[in-house]
Design a binder for this molecule. Structure first.
Ligand code: HEM
Length: 470
């Protein structure tokens, strides 16, 4: 029988959804600005949940949304999202695509077009055996990062420009995966040289779009705000680099992911935009996730030692399956979710948590807030990888509701690069922890701020000491 809760409901007996008081057009934007602006949206939202409950509606500037931090309602949203889920695209990004007449990859597609390309991407990136073509690029990038860092461990210097180095590392994995082993070894250094400015500009795009999220992008463009010009300039540069790189990777005809996509019948402009957006989607997400994991490990020497003991004698194939290492990655993405708000528009009117939600209304799933709630994770602000170890009955030891953290989202539109990201982060963390002991000299002053993705409020100062092998 059909579950009545899953269908459109028009009963008048529903409760009124809580909503903070705001100004007519601006909504509560002044409150947000007083609380620290877009950079502190995660904290502002967490406070709102504490005040108004797990579901509330709020208009902040030009964006009106329903915010949800209940794990049960998260799952309900993903059940109701339909076969071709629709997520929110920042206005500044869609406006850029419009003015430059730029056709983009998976993240920007919808409907049948999205489904067609998404099925191909799933088949290649999420099948059980995809690790086979991912393992070599991930291990190579892990080894080369550790060997570049040896010099700093020898002379006792902090790792310089950690953020930029991790961007390079994540772009290296993606490009090597796309090119394939046979061509990467020969042409890799040349391709990396050409991608040098990619990391810098990618980082800027995210910073500028965070500021732009508070202003209607069309207005920013019309009045030629400097931030709009900077935003457009940095995307132009990124697109120019990928437009040169991707055809070159295709021409080299290696045995990597690009060739596999081509063999699925994706050609010409479609191949270029799919591959280009894989590079862009992989860049900052993996770099920042890795940076937070290193920060947490360096700030918790006891956890670092436990991780070392857990993985020190494992082979490359065994490392990604190690339960403690998996716990480290889950904990770090729980505390610092790369996408602190997941977004969906439901295809029908529905009831979420006892409140009516209209078809097409923007839903924001507050992952930061649910991930740091003691009701879901006891001592939620603490970094405790062991909470993810399973007991003999199969439950997680220290987790009340595992669905309260969904760093890669859930369902048909969840992250297509999840396997690659997890593989790459596991192998690199293992390599670094096997080779060095880490310390963070500014661990007490680093805070999380949002530039769309969570970034540290100041550069993380990582100090390495080489381990002496037995
Ligand atoms: C730790 C690293 C990563 C995290 C936390 C992450 C997280 C996410 C999240 C939350 C989404 C949005 C899903 C939604 O709207 O529901 C997403 C989408 C996406 N991710 Fe990732 N991602 C990571 C790494 C990667 C990598 C390495 C790639 C490339 C291989 C990638 C490619 C994509 C693409 C193409 C989409 C759009 C999918 C679609 O709309 O169908 N991601 N990711």
């Amino acid at each position: 029988m059909e579950n009545p809760c899953e269908t459109v409901v028009d009963s008048g007996a529903l409760r009124e959804m809580p909503e903070p008081k705001g100004l007519p057009v601006l909504g509560t934007i002044v409150d947000l600005i007083i609380s620290g602006g877009a950079a502190k949206l995660h904290l502002y939202n967490d406070k709102r949940h504490a005040e108004l409950g797990p579901i509330y509606r709020e208009r902040i500037g030009s964006v009106k949304a329903v915010f949800i931090n209940s794990p049960d309602e998260f799952r309900r949203v993903f059940r109701l999202e339909g076969p071709k889920p629709i997520h929110f695209l920042p206005e500044a990004w869609t406006l850029y695509n419009e003015i430059r007449k730029c056709k983009r990859g998976l993240f920007f597609m919808d409907g049948d077009e999205w489904l067609y390309f998404r099925r191909i991407a799933n088949k290649l990136l999420l099948r059980p055996k995809s690790e086979e073509f991912m393992s070599r690029p991930c291990q190579n990038a892990a080894d080369s990062l550790a060997s570049r860092w040896e010099i700093y461990s020898e002379n006792g210097k902090l790792i310089p420009e950690l953020e930029a180095q991790l961007y390079q590392w994540s772009i290296e994995v993606m490009l090597a995966t796309l090119m394939g082993r046979n061509k990467w070894e020969e042409y890799g250094p040349n391709i990396m040289r050409k991608s040098e400015n990619l990391a810098k500009n990618l980082h800027r795009i995210f910073e500028y779009s965070a500021t732009l999220s508070l202003i209607p992008a069309k207005l920013a463009m019309r009045i030629k705000l400097p931030i709009w010009k900077k935003f457009v300039g940095s995307i132009d540069e990124v697109m120019e680099i990928v437009r040169i790189l991707v055809p070159e990777i295709i021409r080299l005809d290696g045995d990597g992911l690009t060739k596999m996509i081509l063999d699925e019948g994706v050609q010409g402009e479609d191949l270029v935009r799919i591959v280009a957006d894989l590079i862009l989607a992989a860049g900052d997400t993996t770099a920042y996730s890795m940076q937070w994991a290193l920060f947490l490990l360096a700030s918790h020497p006891d956890v670092q030692e436990r991780l070392y003991e857990s993985i020190k004698s494992l082979d490359q194939d065994e490392i990604p399956k190690d339960p403690f290492l998996k716990g480290v990655i889950k904990e770090s993405l729980r505390l610092y979710p790369t996408a602190p708000f997941l977004t969906r528009f439901l295809p029908e009117d529905n009831i979420i948590g006892g409140y009516r939600v209209a078809k097409g209304e923007l839903l924001l799933l507050s992952l930061y807030s649910s991930g740091r709630n003691d009701a879901n994770f006891p001592e939620a602000n603490e970094f405790r990888p062991e909470r993810w170890i399973r007991t003999s009955t199969g439950e997680y030891k220290g987790v009340i509701n595992p669905h309260a953290t969904l760093p890669f989202a859930l369902g048909a539109r969840s992250c297509v690069g999840r396997k690659l990201a997890e593989y790459q982060i596991s192998l690199t963390l293992a390599k670094i922890v096997k080779t060095f002991r880490m310390d963070c000299t500014n661990k007490d002053s680093v805070e999380m701020i949002l530039h769309l993705v969570p970034v540290p409020s100041e550069p993380i100062q990582l100090l390495l000491t080489k381990r002496s092998w037995p």
